[in-house]
Design a protein around this ligand. Structure first.
Ligand code: ADP
Ligand code: ZN
Ligand code: ZN
Length: 744
């Protein structure tokens, strides 16, 4: 019998992940040791016994045989969260192409000394009625502080709120809190151990589930009770009450003593959403988000491991919460591209969640109003179980949609960005004192400088992208940070008619202010939301009805619930249709449907105006009708013909090098290498990436399409091997991206 060897990690801590030690596996243990096993091994000369995790197994000794010691024992009954996570890392390494180290660093919390953190809780110290009186008095003052009003309103609503949430999510300045403290309106107390607020009052407000919600929950519960662990697609239009359904499912799984992970895209992880979870589950909930330091994140993960919290809510990385007894993973807005990692390993949270559920015998629930083609196709094939919520709650109706043909508008002499019909609707809303939103779809477009005489666009000398004019008056590159003075004359033809095409939000804002001088307008885009939580401030101002019109980019359309909005205008709906990747249609449909879903969420009905130059396009038609299935039918047919995911699989090999000729040479070499070993594989000739240079590094792409994911893995392995062993490939950097969702 061949001797087998195991690479073992003896201590999981920062820096030590790279270091493994090889041990031999005694024959008696050979059936029991696998990747992720938890074992005891002798360590060092003193013969100390340490615990370790098996990272990989092979039949090749890496050092002299006489120096390899045998594994002492396998701890079979000790189920450890780490075991599961290491197996998950292995899956990620194989499926997405990375080293084991990179995969481990993705899944394992990094151990760092965390200073015991002081947690401050802010609590209203007067009766709510008194506070309400104070609030309305404040609002009448001439110089009123919007932040202070927001603080008081939130405290009236919740009673008490952690300091961190106030200062980050609600963007309240410390001075405002201290000022109220002095006036004895609130008090601040410290707690040594981290504890989330329990907001009991909210429990009473739990709505009774409607028929569809109840049906979805019942199906889930009866499957779960029978021991069935499935993947469910909760397909519910915007405002149909998906979050309520998640919470009922969570309640059930929680009652069985199991743990739950809820993934929500960072952009939709708003104060409102968090409070709904806190209100229902109190301090059993913990939240992670990108503003946490590594130490704080580690702290949250430790609490999960120790069973101090049972529900983890957060973006993609919350998937790796080291729960010991996971019973359910929920992925809200599963179609979001943010669920795909943009750094190596480029994993997709949906697929990794499926694997994690398989490993720990948990169920997976995916929720969306506009599912990814992947999820909907799998539901159609019967691999996922579909749970439908076809109606908005409480008989609220979907808004009325109107398609506006902008070509006609131009013919009629209207050269502004807003059609006459939308202008009329805005005027009407202002008169009725109702709120409006304007969504400027300009994905992929930035305020660039171009010459109106010769068409020259000013580009970054290091990257193949246009520079954009910032408010500091300089031209900036969004990729490498290059900065230069703005130009006054065209460098090519000398014309002085050169400048920005400010088709952007700023220009729209100016236009609105000119037309409606009496209206309060809020603008939300990358410029107005500096600082990660800047957008939260604008959103809560709008929610508090401090403005009549909110205009902005895609940031404003995701998951916000403003009951006062009865009008949504979508400017340049087709802008994102022209993007150069195969998911452009899917993304546009998602954006337009979500945007339309923002209107009429309160008691009054809403209107949506979709302005477009391609009114006959099926994506525009289907989103105007809010008809996902019509969209799906056409789009899936296109994917099938083109062999694009989900009807096939796509591997993008990203190649980078500082020297253009060398890059071309080496990508060709890789191309031939794969073709030689897999003559039948459908590999496309290397091409320049859509951004062919960043930071003076040239970029090329090789695409492989195949029905079999396994064959793509084989191709990846061929390239990885060649990179290690062929000197002809030195000097080129390669990343793998399976079924890519982000452009390259
Ligand atoms: P979705 O996530 O599908 O957009 P939400 O779960 O956020 O919908 O629900 C939208 C709003 O409707 C929320 O304010 C929620 O509290 C409320 N809601 C949900 N279910 C019900 C129900 N059965 N009856 C009344 N209101 C409900
Ligand atoms: Zn010019
Ligand atoms: Zn640049």
């Amino acid at each position: 019998m061949m001797t087998m060897f195991a690479d073992i990690i003896v201590d999981i801590s920062l820096g030590q992940l790279d270091k493994t030690f090889q041990y031999s596996i005694p024959n008696a243990l050979i059936d029991k040791v696998s990747v992720g096993s938890f074992v005891k091994v002798p360590f060092g000369n003193g013969g100390r016994t340490l615990e370790g995790f098996v990272l990989s197994i092979s039949d090749e000794p890496k050092i002299e045989l006489s120096r390899i010691k045998p594994v002492i024992s396998v701890e079979e009954d000790k189920v450890r969260a780490e075991t599961e996570l290491i197996r998950l890392a292995y899956f990620i390494k194989v499926h997405y192409g990375s080293t084991m180290n990179q995969a481990l660093k993705t899944v394992l919390p990094i151990k760092k000394k965390v200073k015991p953190k002081e947690n401050k809780i802010v609590k209203l110290s007067v009766e709510p009625d008194i506070a309400r009186g104070e609030l309305s008095e404040m609002r009448t003052r001439k110089r009123h502080s919007i932040a202070k009003e927001r603080l008081l309103a939130a405290l009236i609503e919740e009673g008490e709120i952690p300091w961190d949430i106030l200062t980050s999510k609600l963007d309240i300045p410390t001075s405002a809190i201290r000022d109220f403290e002095k006036k004895c309106l609130l008090n601040v107390r410290s707690e040594k151990t981290y504890r989330n607020p329990v907001v009991h009052s909210k429990n009473a407000e739990r709505p009774e589930l409607n028929e569809y919600q109840q049906k979805a929950v019942n199906r889930f519960i009866s499957d779960y009770a029978e021991g069935l662990r499935n993947t469910y697609l909760l397909y519910g239009i915007t405002g149909s009450g998906k979050t309520e359904v998640y919470m009922s499912m969570i309640e059930k799984v929680l009652a069985l003593g199991k743990d739950i992970i809820v993934l929500i895209p960072e952009i939709a992880l708003t104060y409102q959403t968090l409070m709904r979870f806190y209100g229902r589950f109190g301090d059993q909930v913990s939240v992670i988000h990108s503003r946490l330091s590594d130490g704080e994140r580690f702290d949250q993960f430790e609490r999960a491991k120790n069973g101090d919290v049972k529900i983890m809510v957060g973006p993609r990385s919350a998937l790796f919460t080291p729960f010991q007894n996971l019973g359910l993973i929920i992925i809200d807005e599963e179609q979001e591209t943010a669920y795909k990692s943009e750094t190596v390993p480029k994993y997709h949270a949906r697929e990794v969640a499926e694997e994690r559920c398989r490993l720990s015998d948990a169920s997976l629930v995916l929720g969306s109003a506009t599912p990814s083609l992947e999820a909907f196709e799998r539901a159609r094939e019967g691999k996922y179980i579909r749970l439908d919520l076809p109606e908005r709650v409480e008989d609220r109706h979907l808004p009325k949609t109107h398609i506006v043909d902008m070509r006609e508008e131009l013919k009629a002499g209207n050269r502004t960005m807003i059609s006459d019909a939308l202008m009329d609707a805005l005027t009407d809303r202002l008169q009725k004192n109702e709120q409006s939103m304007l969504f400027l779809n300009r994905r992929g477009l930035m305020g660039f400088i171009s010459c109106r005489s010769c068409g020259t666009v000013i580009k970054c000398p290091h990257c193949d992208v246009s520079l954009s004019l910032h408010r500091d008056g300089k031209l900036h590159c969004h990729y490498c940070g290059y900065m230069t003075e703005n130009v006054k004359v065209c460098p090519k033809c000398g014309s002085k008619y050169i400048g920005t095409m400010r088709a952007g939000t700023e220009k729209l804002e100016e236009f609105l202010k000119e037309k409606f001088p009496q209206a309060a307008v809020l603008r939300m885009d990358a410029d107005t939301t500096s600082g990660k939580e800047g957008h939260e401030k604008i959103l809560s101002q709008f929610a508090n009805r401090e403005a009549d019109i909110l205009l902005g980019t895609q940031m404003i359309v995701k998951g916000h619930d403003f009951s006062g909005v009865t009008l949504m205008g979508i400017i340049a709906a087709d802008m994102s249709l022209n993007a150069s990747d195969y998911r452009a249609g899917e993304r546009t449909f998602d954006l337009l449907t979500q945007a339309a879903g923002r209107a009429g969420r309160g008691e009054r009905e809403g209107d949506v105006y979709i302005q477009t130059y391609q009114p006959e396009n099926f994506v525009i038609q289907a989103s105007a009708a809010q008809d996902y299935e019509a969209f799906f039918k056409e789009e899936i047919a296109y994917r099938k013909i083109m062999h694009y995911p989900p009807m096939s699989h796509l591997l993008l090999i990203q190649c980078m090098c500082e020297n253009h000729e060398r890059l071309e040479e080496k990508t060709k070499l890789i191309y031939h290498l794969i073709k030689e070993k897999n003559p039948k594989i459908n590999i496309l000739k290397p091409v320049d990436a859509s951004i062919s240079k960043i930071n003076d590094t040239y970029r090329m792409a090789i695409y492989i399409k195949d029905d079999s994911y396994e064959r793509l893995i084989t191709a990846k392995d061929i390239v990885s091997d060649a990179l290690l062993n062929m000197s002809a490939l030195k000097g080129i950097t390669i990343f793998f991206d399976f079924d890519p969702v982000n452009g390259y």
